[in-house]
Ligand binder design. Sequence first.
Ligand code: SAH
Length: 216
Amino acid sequence: MQPDDFRHQGLRRKLVEELRRKGIKDERVLAAIGKVPRHRFIEDSAFDRFAYVDQPFPIGCGQTISQPYTVAVQSELLQVAPGEKVLEIGTGCGYQTAILCELGAKVYSIERHRPLYLATKARLAAMGYRAMLVHGDGYKGLPKDAPFDKMIVTCGAPEVPQALAGQLRPGGLLVIPVGGEGRQEMYSLERTAAGMKATKHGAFSFVPMLENKAGG
Ligand code: SAH
């Protein structure tokens, strides 16, 4: 595992200040970003210097590690309380998973791409994060472990997957980018007695959520 030296820690502090300037207010989220060594989620240490730039970065398999600002916005919208059960869809390299663990969540995370699932499982375990990682299709959610307090989708969904709302507890939140390839609108959906109450939180760009392709 790559060391986490003073240089990394300094760059991380600067990133936290940048996110604060960009409007992130939740101190717990900022503290989590200040703590998780993002450079360890980028395989090739030659690209170390990009780890604390506020940009997405390619991680292989045609996927990316989400931009820190995006991770911060989604984490803030999720309002995670310690001990809550959170389902993440789109584990990728596991950076968002680690942030959720730092926020005290009990994390379940689904990834459809098997090599990524395996690499991330090993990485998070080596870093001491205990999350329940699953290889499968996030469109189905995780019925056997439902209900969840919160759900976060970290790939761009053409629409809100049917199965997910039913696996959320009443009063629970689903944070999901919805839209076509290249541009999605961030939604926070609250499960209420009357149905799902939606609020919009601006435009983002995620890799697409792909259906029924587990095993890729
Ligand atoms: N959470 C990651 C972002 C990963 S990118 C981070 O912290 O950086 C989105 C991931 O969603 C990709 O790894 C992609 O393979 C995965 N994905 C796409 N469609 C999916 C589906 N239907 N089920 C599970 N994972 C999916």
